[in-house]
Design a protein around this ligand. Structure first.
Ligand code: GTB
Length: 215
């Protein structure tokens, strides 16, 4: 059955791969599944046809036969469970890899999203410069803990898994802030993720759509 995902018609990041379709593309590339992409404008995302697929009017969605999914955590877990290669076979190791997926979206990503809001939405407020250091510190705490846990390992728990895919995807959003560089093993971890051929293919596919064009 063919797979279709949705993505921004033109991502505001201009092809830096930060919109969440990139992580879904990456998972599909890792498991070797071809997919199609339906591109949506911001307006189209809020229309009934898309709201029927995604109640919050966002991208990405995932369609395969009768199945429609939204939320990248759920989509990537589904891909990992349906197709081999992103989750260990052994039951406990599998549960731990899934735990890392949840840790990425529940424990590490929320303060990172606060930083995006602090910069992009609240940046002009009179209290913005006072708040920013607090927001940055709230990111440093889980980063320091993650860095301690990762230590000198390549991946969070044995071989590369959907847990690493999700964690690297979340951490990538921090690159421009400089915070990742405070934790060299995390910066190297993210670079290892980005160096994977599947990530490279996913990145190139979104760049082909989003790269700024002349004129
Ligand atoms: N929890 C959901 C998930 O994980 O799937 C969140 C989905 C989500 O935030 N989707 C965003 C969206 O559709 C795109 S990815 N936004 C449009 C809207 O809400 O109207 C978030 C995103 C957007 C832009 C950049 N960027 O330009 O750097 C990065 C990430």
């Amino acid at each position: 059955m063919s797979i279709t995902i949705t993505a921004f018609e033109r991502s505001p990041d201009g092809g830096r791969g930060l919109a969440r379709d990139t992580r879904v593309r990456w998972a599909l590339e890792e498991v070797g599944q071809p997919y199609g992409v339906r591109l949506l404008s911001f307006a189209a995302m809020k229309e009934p046809a898309h709201l029927a697929l995604h109640p919050f009017g966002q991208i990405p969605t995932y369609e395969e036969g009768d199945l429609v999914l939204f939320e990248t955590g759920s989509i990537i877990l589904y891909i990992a469970q349906r197709y081999g290669g992103l989750l260990p076979d052994e039951e406990n190791a599998r549960a731990r890899a899934i735990t890392w997926m949840f840790a990425a979206v529940n424990s590490v990503e929320p303060p990172i999203l606060d930083l995006v809001v602090a910069r992009m939405v609240e940046g002009e407020k009179p209290w913005a410069s006072e708040r920013l250091p607090l927001v940055m510190d709230r990111i440093r705490k889980p980063l320091a803990q993650l860095s301690a846990r990762l230590g000198a390992a390549d991946w969070l728990d044995g071989s590369f898994s959907a847990g690493d895919l999700m964690m690297v995807s979340v951490l990538l959003r921090l690159r421009a802030s400089g915070l990742l560089d405070e934790f060299p093993n995390l910066a190297a971890y993210v670079a290892r993720g980005e160096a994977r051929p599947a990530y490279q293919r996913a990145f190139a596919a979104q760049l082909a759509i989003n790269a700024p064009r002349a004129g």
